[in-house]
Write a new protein. Structure first.
Length: 238
């Protein structure tokens, strides 16, 4: 099953047959899956991997079916918090992925979960920031650097939440401000579709080795990823 599309097709067919079995306990009929799966290339750095893992683990919270990622019984993070052989396997997975002992990996994940959007940044304004990045071809090539200021939660102007214009008073075009990727996981916004990248350099290096579906540095997906700062959240978020 080296082909991910074939693997997902087989998996979804088998699960659907189980749910729709007339002899089963569930008694479900009709379509089971909401939509087609999508896959993305992940840059293999600890910061990016932690944000991507937290993004997945945070989905039940955004859907309103769990109070916290650790309370959703079907997640890897919840499993790692428990006891037994399976929990030990999940803890080792986080240790390998983040390159640190489990206690430190847990603290880093919990810091990401706690790193919410600042009060002056709404989902709508975040969407606008990402759209502005996706529309600017020079951002993905690294030719424009947005004013990122200090900590995104550091007050007015620090996170660019005040709606700065692309044109400053000096007449020079500036990229829109960015926020931490760990903050963006708290809103239902598809800024992660297509690729999980922390640098355009990674996208360039990967292009020659990956299928044609991978977003090139100049495409919308790669530029939208550039709207995010792939950096560790502050320790006070833990």
């Amino acid at each position: 099953m080296y082909n991910i599309s074939q693997f997902m097709k087989t998996l979804k067919e088998r699960v659907t047959r189980i749910f729709n079995s007339p002899n089963g306990r569930i008694k479900h009929e009709g379509a089971l899956w909401h939509g087609r799966f999508y896959s993305g290339v992940v840059e293999p750095t600890a910061v990016v991997l932690a944000v991507v893992a937290a993004y997945i683990e945070f989905n039940p919270v955004k859907a309103g079916i769990a109070d916290a990622p650790g309370s959703w019984r079907w997640s890897s993070f919840s499993c790692a918090l428990g006891d037994g052989p399976r929990s030990a396997v999940c803890r080792r997975m986080y240790e390998r992925m983040l390159g640190c002992p489990w206690d430190e990996a847990r603290a880093r994940m919990e810091a990401i979960f706690a790193d919410g959007l600042p009060d002056d940044l709404t989902q709508e304004s975040l969407h606008e920031i990402c759209e502005r990045y996706a529309a600017k071809g020079d951002v993905a090539e690294g030719k424009a650097q947005g004013p990122v200021g200090g900590s995104p939660a550091g007050g007015e102007g620090a996170c660019g939440c005040g709606g700065e214009a692309d044109e400053k008073n000096d007449g020079v075009a500036h990229a829109p401000p960015r926020i931490r990727a760990s903050q963006a996981i708290h809103v239902t916004l598809r800024v992660f579709r297509g690729a999980f990248i922390g640098s355009v350099e990674f996208a360039r290096r990967a292009l020659s080795q990956l299928p044609g579906g991978f977003p090139a540095p100049g495409t919308r997906s790669a530029r939208m990823c550039s709207a995010l700062l792939w950096e560790e959240p502050p320790a006070r978020a833990a």
